[in-house]
Design a protein around this ligand. Sequence first.
Ligand code: GDP
Length: 329
Amino acid sequence: MAKTALITGITGQDGYYLSRLLLQKGYRVAGLLPPDRQASLTKLDELASQIQVCSVAWTDAAGLLKVVEQLQPNEIYNLAAPSFVPDSWNDPLGTLDLVTGTATRLLTAVRQVGIDTRFYQASSSEMFGKVDRSPQDEETPFCPMNPYAAAKLHAHWSMVHHRQRYGLFACSGILYNHESERRPPNFVTRKVCLAAASIKLGLRDTLEMGNLDAKRDWGYAGDHVEAMWRMLQASEPEEYVIGTGQLHSVRELVAAAFDCVGLDWTRHVVVNPQLFRPDEHFQLVANPTKAKQNLGWEPQVSFEALIEKMVLKDLERLQSGAIKPSTVQ
Ligand code: GDP
């Protein structure tokens, strides 16, 4: 019989790639969407018609319990979170409730229904925050530096407590930045790739950037969701650090993107100190050895290939009119 997976945050970048992976594997895929977010289902494009939608508010514990009871999912992937980290400063309590509240309500529902559901919690490298060592692995202490990271850490511990106290098969992936053609343009990778494509097509001439020396461990979202699935197929529920293990600077990102369209980035990029972040991280880079050894997981898409995919997709979108040229000027 086909397995059933329930996904929160299904209309986000990871929700798309995870749904696609699970549908390819023959899963029945259901997505939890708050009643006021139903319209966002269109973000799943060609997958939307294959997803069963469960309309429940994140704060509705009884409603979430009912969904788990009726669906009896084999696997739950809890991806729901505000996607853009700096926004969490504007609403720390709302962030806590969405991130920690949803995880805890779902874990409680699984416990109360008493089924063998396997639970995946989307943890984040942001939980490491102000690190005292590099690279980070599963033993590295956490030191969250913003409300988003603190909420993610609380959700992470809620998952651990449910595993320890109630024996749930619950685990988490501590994921580093992962990007794709579906990343929103407020993230630096997409901002740069869209700008390179727009400049190539003569739609604009300059790109304002923040700190070019900032570095990240950037992977491909399609690779990272594969790791989520593998964690739930393992014999034991555990935590895993998921990243490429390689750091690249924003400067390298800009150079790679402009290179894809045959342009010299130094002619187009202007640094604007107002875009610098006050709480910039220290060398957040993964040591994914455990995932490689236990799950056989390794990233398949290199940094250069990722940037090329993103630039080419934006060129195509601009040329086909899927992105209106007037919006990128
Ligand atoms: P996140 O902060 O790791 O979740 O991801 P972002 O994509 O927003 O930012 C990655 C890094 O790029 C940060 O260190 C930023 O300081 C740096 N950065 C430099 N210029 C920009 C910019 O113009 N926009 C954004 N979003 N980030 C920038």
